[in-house]
Ligand binder design. Structure first.
Ligand SMILES: Cc1cc2nc3c(=O)[nH]c(=O)nc-3n(C[C@H](O)[C@H](O)[C@H](O)COP(=O)(O)OP(=O)(O)OC[C@H]3O[C@@H](n4cnc5c(N)ncnc54)[C@H](O)[C@@H]3O)c2cc1C
Length: 289
């Protein structure tokens, strides 16, 4: 494993190095995916561009919207007071990533650019309709997260582009989020299936105004369960309607058999976890009333 190591100290320097090395360079954030992939010979960048000394990318800003710098760590998300209420799924996603040592250094930007279909924070951000902003030699561009993820380990990021931030709107009243993960062990385990849900009730609190359901580890990318979302919107959220959403989500995902679980078992998990996450949202909205 031989490469040149660079330590830019500003966003501008990082972008300039990214532009100079293009496909031959890789940004290094927490390194919890990249270093392992380099050791296993899956990637062999000739230039590693460390982001450790770049300032200004580790902030969480909350006003009308929420903006996460790409270098915000999972630990920082877990501890952020703004995410203790309706945005609690962000904490639920972040707190199950690896162990403490991993979460102290691993970043939200790395979780997105690594583009594992089983990533834990990505489904939560997808359910929140997040956008991602990249900066490269051709300037800045902002894309919906759903359009950014294009396959296992693949994104729409152009060679040398730096992911700088992730943005999503704050939730309207009568909203909640929930994240559930099924793995083979309780800790240090990549998801067998994960589910993130965002729910907003109508003014009378009787019907679903808006639902977003994102699924992990059941398709080549983290995916939205659009048919299940449509089946909820405008409906009273009875147990039967929630179970139907679970069945629809299980029908629209495309899991594979692998060493950790069969496709059939993954579909059963989706069918079970979607209504459970929706019920959790309903409880949370009820408790906040
Ligand atoms: C023991 C262990 C357990 C784990 N458990 C989980 C888990 O339970 N759930 C889970 O989702 N993940 C898990 N992971 C994976 C990993 O920790 C996360 O995906 C993490 O968020 C990656 O962030 P990072 O900062 O370490 O990324 P890095 O490894 O630094 O980078 C990952 C990729 O993103 C690119 N990149 C990083 N930042 C930027 C940027 N700002 N702009 C452009 N490109 C960038 C890098 O070039 C690289 O290709 C685990 C890893 C380990 C080692």
């Amino acid at each position: 494993m031989s490469f040149e190591y660079h330590e830019p100290t500003s966003i501008a320097d990082a972008v300039a190095l990214g532009a100079r090395f293009g496909e031959a360079g890789r940004f290094l954030a927490g390194g919890t995916d990249l270093i392992i992939q380099m050791r296993r010979g899956r990637v062999a960048p000739r230039h590693v561009l460390s982001l450790h000394r770049v300032t200004g990318l580790d902030r969480i800003e909350v006003d009308g919207a929420v903006r996460l710098g790409a270098l915000v760590t999972h630990r920082a998300i877990e501890q952020c007071p703004h995410f203790q209420g309706p945005l609690g799924a962000l904490v639920e996603g972040a707190e199950v990533i690896g162990g403490h040592q991993i979460r102290n250094v691993a970043t939200v930007g790395g979780n997105i650019v690594n583009a594992s279909p089983a990533a834990d924070v990505v489904p939560v951000l997808l359910a929140l309709n997040a956008t991602v902003t990249c900066l490269g030699p051709d300037g800045e561009r902002t894309l919906p997260l759903g359009g950014f993820l294009s396959g296992p380990g693949q994104t729409a990021r152009r060679p040398g582009e730096l992911l700088t931030s992730i943005r999503f709107d704050r939730l309207p009243p009568r909203s909640a989020t929930a994240f559930l993960k099924a793995g083979r062990r309780k800790a240090m385990e990549i998801a067998v299936v994960c589910v993130a849900v965002r729910l907003t009730l109508d003014a009378a609190r009787e019907r679903c105004q808006e639902a977003r359901i994102a699924l992990g580890a059941v398709a080549p990318t983290t995916m939205r369960a659009g048919a299940a979302e449509r089946a909820l919107e405008g409906q009273p959220l009875t147990d039967e309607i929630l179970r139907r959403a679970g069945r629809l989500a299980a029908g629209e995902c495309a899991p594979i058999d692998d060493v950790r679980a069969s496709a059939r078992y993954r579909r059963l998990l989706v069918e079970t976890l979607v209504p459970r996450a929706l019920r959790r949202c309903l409880d949370r909205i009820g408790r906040a009333a």
